[in-house]
Design a protein around this ligand. Sequence first.
Ligand code: GUN
Ligand code: ZN
Length: 429
Amino acid sequence: MTKQLLLGQTLGFDGDALADWQGATRHDSAGGVVIDAGLIVATGSGAALRAAHPDAAVTDYGDALISAGFVDAHMHYPQTPIIASWGKQLIDWLNTYTFPQEMRLADTDYARQVADTTLDLALAHGTTTLTSFCTIHPGSVDAWFEGAAARGMAVVGGKTCMDRNAPGGLRDTVQSAYDDSKALLDRWHGKGRATYAITPRFSPTSTPDQLAALGALWAERPEVLMQTHLSEQLPEIAWVRDLFPQSRDYLDTYEAFGLLGPKGLYGHAIHLEPREIDRLAEVDAAVVHCPTSNTFIGSGLFDMAGLAARGLRIGLATDTGGGSNFSMLRTMAAAYEIGQLRGTPLHPAQLMWLATEGSARSLHMGGQIGHLGVGSAADITVLDLSSTPAIAQRAAQATDIWEALFPTIMMGDDRAVRDVWVGGVRARA
Ligand code: GUN
Ligand code: ZN
């Protein structure tokens, strides 16, 4: 593989931009990134890198912005074909649109098509890592990891486990959930760039016995991630209370069965009790903010400022197809809007940090992906900050990088993605 030198504006981070964005931000208006054998091997001033690496092939992006590739910390690839389905809140949305669609992935050829479509859409939108729920069908997990491997992408995935409150074609059992998850994680975890996540959908669709079996599997394989949903919508929380009368709160339905741990990813986490926040912070678990989903399904306003102040790991995610857009730019915009509604708007640096470093940290992959720094995988997204006339006329008034970038965060889409590199290979011309 030839050594590559990418030139342009560069934006990277060292440290926690939610705590101190000025201190964490590294912006160079004439920067560069050197890639060798799939990794970033140098960053700095473009001119200095050009002098130090005369053997590198040069791609000059002018004043486009070179960033780490976006990391989507929670989504459902099987739901790509039902994105933007009208008029339902969570439980009705699952029953009306989601479960019938997920049943279709019993056909592994169809699962492959949906996985391929989703991965290509992600790359077109500048997303280089996705963290996906698959369906209950083991073939849907193979389809996901095979599709990602064909594109060189680091992805997370897991077989969604459900043994109650789902239609017949979408239920597994206590034993098959354990056996299939174990076989799949043995097959995929650590193979190439694949990471496995044990995946109970959410506590309403698993019996206590199934949750306990998956907790036991996680105890046997603590190196893998565990992903699920937590406190997304009020009627869901009331349902959990009815189904688990002994539990202190929603998080306790996971905690009691060994499903609370440092490598746990808890999607949504909107309506949390103080005890739940304390426990998530104590065990260093991650919560994942899914802003377009939370407004689209009508779930509520995530407390970014409050949870960040507790030092929680926080990822950012599309949650497609409950989320209404494949773009992490639109996802950042929605996170900004929710911050505004709570009176705590996020700075553009914090939005970019969440979409890259924050999500990577939530996945325990900090420094390996989502990072524009030496030693990280060369998963890189290059943004055109004047991709449409509306954005260009606003960016033309900018007096600093944040004013130049924010219009693209708020109004940008796949047209803003000038180029994408995955593992040091150009993914999109
Ligand atoms: N809770 C349980 N399953 C789902 C899902 O597929 N999407 C969302 N947004 N919430 C869920
Ligand atoms: Zn979800």
